[in-house]
Each structure stands twice: as C-alpha cells, then as structure tokens.
Design a protein. Structure first.
Length: 237
C-alpha cells in the first residue's frame, strides 16, 4: 500500500506519518509540506508544496505523477486558523478580506486543487481511500454560536468540494472512497491558543492518528461523500 499525506509536518499529519512508517502494510509514503524536508527513510519521499500557490500545486502533482507510484491512501491533514493576518474572527466587525483569502487558500482551494491535479494518477489505483480533515465548526447545520467566519466558511466550502469530488470520482472505473473527517480537538499548534480554558480532556495527536487510521481503513465505497467524526458517526453538512 502506498500513502500520500498533505500537511505531513503538522501535529496530526506527523503522527499519522509515524504510524504509517511503522506499518508493515505500507510500502511507499509521499509526505507533503510547505517547506522542503529530507529523510533517511528509503520508503519516504518529502515534497514541498505551497497550498497558496497554484503553480506550486501543479509542480507537486507532476512530481508525484513522474514517480509512477499508485496512491492507495490520500490524506489531507493541512489546516490554517491563524497567522500574520490574525486569528479567528469573534464578530463580523473583525472580518478582513486578506484573512478570508488566506483561510480559503489553505483550507479549501489548495487541497481540492491538489486532488484534482492528481486525478489522472489517482483514478488508476484500485481501492483508493481519500480523507480530508475538515472541522465540525464547518457544519452549517451544527453552527449555533457564529463567529470564526473565515475558518467556518472555508471548511464548509471544503466540505462541498469533497462532496463534489466524491460524486464525480464515483464514475471512475475504480470507484474510490472520498470523505471529510472531523478529527476532534487535538493538542497541536493550531489549537493551543484556543483550548486553554477547555474543561474536557484533549486528545493527543498520536491518539487521533490511531483513530483516524482505523476509521479510514474501515471505510467502504458506500460511505463515500460523507462527513464523519472519528468514531465513525456522521456529521450534518
């Protein structure tokens, strides 16, 4: 089995990468990060890709295609919540166009474009399972609090993109399983500034990766195009 992980240097992505490296079922891993990285592992290849840059995305997809490695597991663990342009908006007064553009570039446009750019290669691999890490706050029906405009909107848009990808890819000869997954609140750089007052225990990235791996492996084609929690239950769009 060959695996590709987008955002492989983030907390969840790195934990999932470690898990795959230790799995005897995995032959080759392609790990993607926005900055160049190297590895001494013979079955691991790092590629750099800037999800904000379409040319970088296309180059990355071309590099993967040139490797000639069939992809059986495609996991997008990238995510963006805050940065130089600010953090999540507490109210509509805080909405800024530049921040919205950044949210959508990393959380929505980049991942969907990268999958699309790799479609010719992905469609020939039997048993492809593709998982995009989304967020429960991206559920429109579940939203009872408001706020966090950019993150909520970009994840909701990602969910729609995943749904569209799943419908179209369902017409491929080798029908894949393509899903959105809410990984739960996990200890990470993305979440650390927003969980300090949280009373419920947080899960570690390693625990999240274990449950994520279990969920992905248990997916069937009939579950494609759906939005899951880590326990396998469904979330409303």
């Amino acid at each position: 089995m060959n695996v590709l992980i987008v955002g492989a240097a983030g907390a969840i992505g790195a934990a999932l990468l470690k898990r795959y490296l230790e799995s005897p079922a995995v032959e080759q891993i392609i790990a993607i990060h926005h900055q160049p990285k190297g590895s001494s592992d013979s079955n691991l290849r790092w590629l750099d890709c800037d999800l904000r840059d379409e040319r970088s995305i296309i180059r990355c997809a071309e590099t993967v295609a040139a490797m000639g490695v069939p992809i059986h597991r495609w996991v997008c663990a990238s995510g963006y919540l805050q940065g130089p342009l600010g953090g999540p908006e507490k109210s509509m007064r805080n909405i800024r166009g530049a921040k919205l553009h950044d949210d959508f570039a990393v959380n929505t446009i980049g991942p969907v474009l990268l999958f699309s750019a790799m479609a010719s290669q992905l469609k020939v691999a039997p048993g492809l399972k593709a998982a995009f890490l989304s967020a429960q706050v991206g559920s429109i029906e579940d939203n009872q609090l408001g706020g966090w405009f950019g993150y909520r909107m970009s994840k909701a848009a990602l969910n729609m993109g995943i749904r569209c990808l799943a419908i179209e890819a369902g017409r491929w000869r080798n029908e894949p399983t393509i899903v959105a997954i809410h990984p739960g609140t996990t200890v990470s750089n993305l979440s650390k500034d927003f969980v300090k007052q949280r009373k419920l225990p947080l899960q570690s990235a390693e625990h999240c990766a274990e449950k994520l791996d279990y969920l992905i492996e248990g997916l069937a084609v009939k579950g494609t195009g759906k939005f899951y929690r880590l326990d396998g239950s469904l979330l409303p769009w």
